[in-house]
Design a protein around this ligand. Structure first.
Ligand code: NAP
Length: 238
């Protein structure tokens, strides 16, 4: 078994996930860049390798239980451990740039699909990995959420996305409470409005800055927080 902590990042082939993999690898963790499309995963890993950053890859669609079980089993077979889970993969089908983003008009199917990926995906990953973390009495789980899901600041539009991130925040608190005392920290974070395919080119925050809080939460010391929501490394309200 390797001495080095092993981290799996979903949606690691582009955007924030790609940058989180890069920063975790630079911190000395062994990373697994999980991508649902094997070719995209391979190209992303090659891009990192050409910059001197090594990562393993896994094929993982957060909506596909078999692909999750297979990927997690393979990581455990190869490394004997899985210390960090970053639930980064996400979709925004009724985000601010979508044609239809009003609660009165949006199709329930859009909301259902968004919930599948943004909430049930992370839940499936936690179910697959947390039992192993509990056995080893160590784990860091980071849910990449959004202020769009913050109930205290909830506003109009993007109902599917907003409801999914509010539910992801609920999942964060439930998992943190259930795993409390097992050496496992579960936190949610807002990366800012980040220049990615999802955020668009006019977003003010770089991927480097956007990934920072997730990486910090993924490497928290034993006395670090659990069951909280962060923006720029500062706890914020739900
Ligand atoms: P992005 O550029 O659109 O990347 C999304 C990633 O998620 C891609 O790798 C995509 O894979 C993957 N993904 C989508 N559905 C998947 C599935 N079913 N299984 C596995 N992977 C899947 O978005 P981003 O901006 O980096 O966003 C990353 C996270 O940050 C999301 O959870 C998002 O909600 C959150 N966030 C972003 C912003 C922002 O301003 N960008 C703000 C707040 C929160 P493919 O390449 O195969 O599609």
């Amino acid at each position: 078994m390797t001495d080095v902590r092993v981290a799996l990042v979903t949606g690691g082939n582009r955007g924030l996930g790609f940058e989180i993999v890069r920063q975790l690898a630079e911190k000395g963790l062994k990373t697994v860049l999980a991508a649902r499309d094997p070719e995209k995963g391979r190209v992303a890993a090659e891009q990192l390798a050409s910059a001197g950053v090594q990562t393993a890859i896994a094929v993982l669609d957060v909506n596909d239980q078999t692909s999750i079980d297979t990927a997690v089993a393979e990581v455990l077979r190869l490394n004997g451990r899985l210390d960090v889970l970053v639930n980064n993969a996400g979709i925004s089908l009724d985000g601010s740039r979508a044609a239809v983003a009003d609660v009165l008009d949006v199709s329930p199917d859009i909301a259902r699909q968004t919930y599948e990926t943004n909430v049930l995906g992370p839940m499936r990953l936690i179910q697959a990995i947390a039992p192993h973390m509990r056995e080893r009495q160590y784990g860091r789980i980071v849910n990449v959420s959004s202020r769009m899901g913050q109930l205290s600041g909830m506003g109009a539009r993007s109902p599917g996305y907003r409801m999914s991130k509010a539910a992801l925040n609920a999942l964060t608190r439930i998992a943190a409470a259930e795993l409390d005392g097992a050496g496992i920290k579960v936190n949610a974070m807002h990366p800012g409005w980040v220049r990615t395919d999802m955020g668009g080119s006019s977003a003010p925050v770089s991927v480097q800055e956007g990934a920072d809080t997730a990486v910090w939460l993924a490497t928290l010391p034993p006395d670090g927080p659990t069951g909280q929501f962060f923006d720029n490394r500062k706890a914020i309200g739900w």
